[in-house]
Design a protein around this ligand. Sequence first.
Ligand code: PAD
Ligand code: ZN
Length: 361
Amino acid sequence: MKAVVATELDQFSVENVELDPPKVGEVLVRMKATGVCHSDLSMINGTIPTPFPTVLGHEGAGIVEQIGEGVTHVEAGDHVVLSFVPQCGECFHCIHDEPYLCNVAKVDGNLLDGTSRARMNGDYIAVMSFLGNMAEYAVVPSICVVPIEKDVSFQAAALVGCGITTGVGAAIKTARVAPGATVAVVGCGGVGLSVIQGCRIAGAKRIIAVDLSAEKMEMAKSFGATDTVTPGANTVREIMGMTGGIGVDYAFEVIGRPATIETCVKLARRGGRAVLVGVGRMEERFSVNALILPLTAKTIQGCMYGSVNTKTDFRMYLDFYRRGLLDLDGMVSRTYSIDEAPQAFADLESGNNARGVILYP
Ligand code: PAD
Ligand code: ZN
């Protein structure tokens, strides 16, 4: 089968990869749609460390082709969304209502038993986040597979696997944005635009979008932003001015850069919150002076996967979509064949798309 593989640092290509059949507790999924997220690019460029080669892909939807022994919650023919975090239901975090932090297995490019089902040129290779679903098929842990109803398009469902769940969840679950709140969203790519939609759903009164791309800020308005600010030396002063010198209740950083993280900490009002969604490099640091957090009672909060409970939230977001609360169709700017993956990544890097999605026949 064809798969998009990060072969070495800064290199990726469409490769021929073979898959072993699913073992106990695993599922073979025929992919129908895979979203191209910045985290995929971050695996290629080393921002998120990974062994090479790695089959990319962690946002997607497809059809169950075959189930392994012991799998009972899905069967062949079911439509499913994949979760890039397994949810075991038994570890410390799962039983303490933090299933997005489930630590049933190490994220080392293998499946839960510490081995891979994907082979390239005869050798077993890694897969991204237990999935590696930027491929025609994927063998994944059954606890990463969530069945959905068959009435939604695969390209809409795919976004629920990462960008939508992370962004909308950052607003309504992680930060619990209150009705009437004022928010800033710094970085309006696929995830940031989803944060904007989440803030709109939560009833935020003012949603200030900040992105280098004027096109992205136009998109931001169509998803619910009330104001836009072009980033520059005066971003903080400008937004302070717009909020009567108070700052915002919640400032979301959705890029993963020290400078924009520091901007968000400054934008949060006294008692407000900076929510860090963007994933930066391990060797990078941001700085906050030692006086400011206690005296202003600000909070800096990390957001992992929009604090998702995949068992309930994937269907909740699809329900929001059916009811017209959440725009998924407008989030898909362009679709690609798997052979066009290089173009999809080029468009991600140049910021052309809200989301690009690879479709399979
Ligand atoms: P994207 O590439 O689609 O969007 C990034 C946006 O940031 C683009 O619109 C850029 O124009 C904009 N941008 C870049 N630099 C600046 C700047 N200095 N000032 C203002 N705007 C800027 O990425 P994405 O939306 O797919 O992902 C965003 C981040 O979220 C990325 O770091 C990704 O790894 C992370 C992520 N986190 C989780 C999680 O669980 N926390 C899940 C999924 C993605
Ligand atoms: Zn992602």
